[in-house]
Design a protein around this ligand. Structure first.
Ligand code: PLP
Length: 397
């Protein structure tokens, strides 16, 4: 059994938790003070001694970021590239794959818009095909259907571990097993899962994984990372190169770095990088298992509270559901729910068909409210949110 989260301590570490009821952790979570201090501290150092000089001085802290991320996902530090966000991380890997006409890209129904847009762009340019693996009876990717779709033209399996707007957790270890048996590349978008639940790239069996700092990892905005398995990184040519990713070795020659940092570029948000490292260390110290257990309990509690409201409807799919709760309340547009919550200093978001078109079209939904809990949220906060929703529902019953 994982140790319990010390809720008083984590809230004490989280200044924002005393200001707002933050249920937008799938958007951007509240940073712990340790992350804030490390990030702001580096910006202050830049202002005092110069940006390049500050980076020189912070070299050990920057290295520590790669170490912490590697420990968080079970990789080696030189299998990590730090980039601007999860989308850029995903794209640097995806656009590096040399697709041929007829190659098949398999993805999930719950796929995130930016990923799908890149699949179709590449498909149009190369003649590759984009195919959606159907869901099983629980609404998660069907392993049986995936197995049946595998043939020697499948070049890539790429999907989101957790969708942007729902509680679904895809069965990624089973997907990884199919990918390995078929010798197919597996790119996992772990944007909503890193920091939320235990991730081990070896157990999952993915070759590449992308994530962001600001969501469940609780780091600053504008930074993210990409994992690429060492031997694969050496075979993949990044779609963009600069003097950090490659070395200009003679007048018309360059050599690409051998490690995963070939997917990075030179100029970076150093304060953000350091902040993300501290966030990863903080997550490891708090305990991912313990956090995950609490997130699931809180999310199930929120679902029960919403279902107790007449007409309150939950849309989360899958066998094991995560901290993202998607719902509607009768008589209200999701955008209005978000506004009304904001009046009570409760942060939730709404999500539209533009984020997950395959899924929403299939289910006939065009707009949802997304409330997303983190381990620092409390039952009292959920009670307060439910009370506002109950009053709203009564007003328009
Ligand atoms: C499932 C999923 N993938 C990828 C992304 C993109 O992440 P970023 O905004 O860091 O590029 C998001 C952002 O919401 C997401 O929810």
């Amino acid at each position: 059994m994982p140790a319990e989260i010390d809720i008083a301590r984590v809230r004490d570490d989280t200044p924002g938790s005393h200001e707002v009821i933050h249920l937008n952790n799938a958007g951007a979570a509240l940073m712990p003070r340790q992350v804030l201090e490390a990030t702001v501290g580096h910006l202050q150092l830049e202002a005092m001694i110069g940006g390049y000089e500050a980076a020189d001085q912070a070299e050990a802290q920057i290295d520590a970021t790669y170490d912490a991320i590697a420990r968080l996902i079970g990789s080696a530090p030189d299998e990590i590239a730090i980039v601007e966000n999860a989308t850029r991380a995903f794209d640097m890997a995806f656009y590096a794959i040399p697709f041929k006409p007829g190659d098949r890209i398999l993805t999930s129904v719950a796929e995130y818009a930016s990923n799908v847009i890149s699949y179709y762009q590449v498909a149009r340019k190369t003649g590759a095909l984009v195919e959606v693996v159907p869901n099983d009876e629980h609404g998660q990717l069907s392993i049986e259907a995936l197995r049946n779709m595998i043939d020697d033209r499948v070049r890539l399996i790429a999907l989101s571990h957790i969708p942007t707007n729902g509680g679904l957790v895809q069965p990624v270890a089973e997907i990884g097993k199919v990918a390995r048996e078929a010798n197919v590349l597996f790119l996992l978008d772990a944007c909503q899962s890193v920091g939320q639940l235990p991730i081990d790239v070896g157990t999952i069996g993915c070759d590449m994984l992308s994530a962001t700092s600001r969501k469940f990892l609780r780091g600053p905005r504008g930074v993210g990372f990409l994992y690429v398995r060492k031997d694969l990184a050496q075979q993949l040519e990044p779609p963009l190169l600069d003097l950090h990713a490659a070395l200009w070795t003679s007048i018309d020659r360059y050599e690409i770095r051998p490690d995963t940092r070939r997917f990075e570029n030179w100029e970076a948000n150093v304060a953000g990088k350091i902040g993300m490292g501290v966030a990863a260390e903080y997550a490891l110290e708090i305990g991912i298992e313990a956090g995950w257990k609490r997130i699931q309990l809180l999310a199930d509690g929120l679902r029960a509270r919403i279902e107790a409201i007449p007409g309150g409807q939950i849309y989360d799919l899958g066998v094991n559901r995560c901290g993202i709760v998607s719902f509607t309340i009768p008589g209200y547009d999701p955008a209005e729910v978000m506004e009304r919550m904001a009046e009570h200093r409760i942060n939730v978001r709404s999500s539209t068909v533009f984020s997950t078109r395959f899924d929403m079209t299939a289910r006939g939904i065009d707009h949802l409210v997304r409330a997303s809990v983190h381990y620092y949220n409390t039952d009292d906060e959920l009670d307060r949110m439910a009370a506002v929703l109950r009053t709203m529902a009564k007003d328009r019953a």
